[in-house]
Design a protein. Sequence first.
Length: 397
Amino acid sequence: MIPTSPDSIPLRIGICGFGVAGGALAILLARAGHRVTLLERAPQVGPVGAGFLLQPSGQRVLAQLGLLEPIVAQAARLEHLIAFTETGAPLTDLRFGGITGKGCAYGVHRGVLFTALHTAAIEAGARIVLGAEIAGLQETPDEVLIRDEAGRTHGPFDLVIGADGSRSWVRHWLNPTTARVEYEHGAWWGCGRCEWPTSELYQVARSARRLLGLLPLGHGRCTFFWGLRRDEVDPTKARGFAAFRTEVIALCPRAESIIDDIGSFDQLMFAGYQQALPNRVHSARVVLAGDAAHAMSPHLGQGANLALLDAECLGRHLAASPIPKALSAYAAERLPQSRYFSLLSRGLSPFFQSDSALLGCGRDLALPLMGEVPWFRRQMELSVAGLKRGFLDQLWS
């Protein structure tokens, strides 16, 4: 039995946002005996989104929650990340198990993960409040009150966790002068039928201006990723889906069955990229987790996995220490990895999505060479598996 707190007194905990971090924290903390209220701004909750990479790092947290087996049973086992140029020249072939070849990643539909988190949170006793978009926080030395857009007050809470995503209101409240970086580029995401068996995340790049990704999800389904500038969305739609389909297949013929199953722009969701690594992750009784604590582009495939690691870390420290000490220990433990992946993502993103032909050319020359150098290859494989803790360290051997 996990202790509820160092003095065995259940805490009143408010969690803002039912994403990966919020859902995992609701489970961990409610199971530990705390009184958990999860505030979600959406009027309904349900399976949404496309797929994501469940890395070895995130798998360990889901295994601790008892959720790994049912999730991977509905997912695709992936051994490699492979990438090519539009001419078919290889860019990289990395193993998700790292240089030892052990372990794998999984392509998981977000709906599968969400359903598992939602069910487990309810079973653990977490209270879920819908339609509660945060509009205000009032923190005193003893408690925190939350006000939503409808004028309702929630709490008082002993602790509030901001897990409200990359555009986090709570992050802005903690860091009012820290602006997030909005990238000019983003991507269309969708799911379609996949007619080719595969155990790899497959990517094709045309210079740095176009990036296509295919992420198998299991059971004949696949996530389709198409990178483009924000200002290209409407002109591409104006040309029509048939012209878009032709462009997709010309770049990647194996995407034909997927794009045909998608069938229209209505089945594609555009998501822009943001970067935010706030200076302040917590106050006395408010703390950030997940994308709220470290928003970044999706090119490294680490968002959901970092959120799960945040949840495990925060839950562990709350079980061992009073709130002030627990928040400080959590922030200190998570900062090196969050900073590493944030800086790596920001540095690498222009090589895969930007308007620079020079960066694309440099990537095409450098990546294959780096893969031939054992030390570089090890660092690359540890990074794609989510096992790097910082620039000079890793999570597990």
